[in-house]
Design a protein around this ligand. Structure first.
Ligand SMILES: [Fe+2]
Ligand SMILES: [Fe+2]
Length: 208
């Protein structure tokens, strides 16, 4: 095993873990939007659209892409990568975000049921992504440390940064963190206070 002594290289997993913390903050906001729907029966379409923009372009279009196109193939090329269902969870997340966006559309057209539909898909997404992130934090950091040398980690970190610039431009983290901060100012920073927030969408009938 290589020594970790003189390693000052930024681990690619540190990049992803920092993004996980930002995504969790966005999930908290999403939970708060759902709390508001429960209280008021109304959907704040503008806030929901901002969260969907964050989830599509940052959580999926940047973060998940880094994992799927850079990190997972790199692990796979060097070691056994069990996958752990991570890619299919990304896929399911995309489906849930699409359903949330459709519900926002329907709500904007005056469909009174759409806010509730949005809430169900949003809750399901929150639960899915929290468990997904916990799974990655638990095992991927160790896999990255055990699989790659310091030089390889440095190259991987560079590949992640290059991909981000190509896909979404400069200073993506800062730009999307600013969006989350604005939403936190409106909804508060903590997680949902709804005791029913853990209800899985699988336990209820799908409506579309
Ligand atoms: Fe992931
Ligand atoms: Fe991740």
């Amino acid at each position: 095993m290589g020594t970790e002594t003189q390693t000052t290289v930024l681990s690619p997993y540190a990049v992803l873990a920092r993004e996980h913390r930002l995504i969790e903050r966005a999930l908290n906001v999403l939970g708060r939007i759902c709390d508001e729907i429960r209280r008021t029966k109304k959907l704040d379409a503008s806030a929901a659209t901002q969260v969907i923009h964050f989830l599509r372009d940052f959580a999926d279009g940047t973060h998940h892409l880094k994992e799927e196109r850079v990190l997972f193939p790199a692990i796979d090329a060097k070691a056994f990568f069990p996958g752990c269902g991570l890619i299919s969870e990304h896929e399911l997340g995309r489906k849930r975000v699409r359903s949330m966006a459709e519900a926002v559309e329907r709500s904007s057209r005056g469909d009174a049921e759409a806010a509730k539909v949005f809430m169900r898909y949003a809750r399901s997404y929150i639960n899915l992504l929290r468990a997904h992130i916990a799974k990655e934090d638990e095992c991927l950091a160790n896999v990255v440390a055990a699989t790659f040398s310091g030089d390889e980690r440095e190259r991987l970190t560079q590949a992640l940064e290059e991909m981000e610039r190509r896909e979404i431009g400069e200073r993506a983290f800062e730009r999307f963190a600013a969006i989350v901060e604005v939403l936190e100012a409106r909804f508060g920073g903590g997680s949902s206070t709804d005791p029913n927030a853990e209800v899985s969408i699988q336990s209820r009938p799908e409506t579309n």
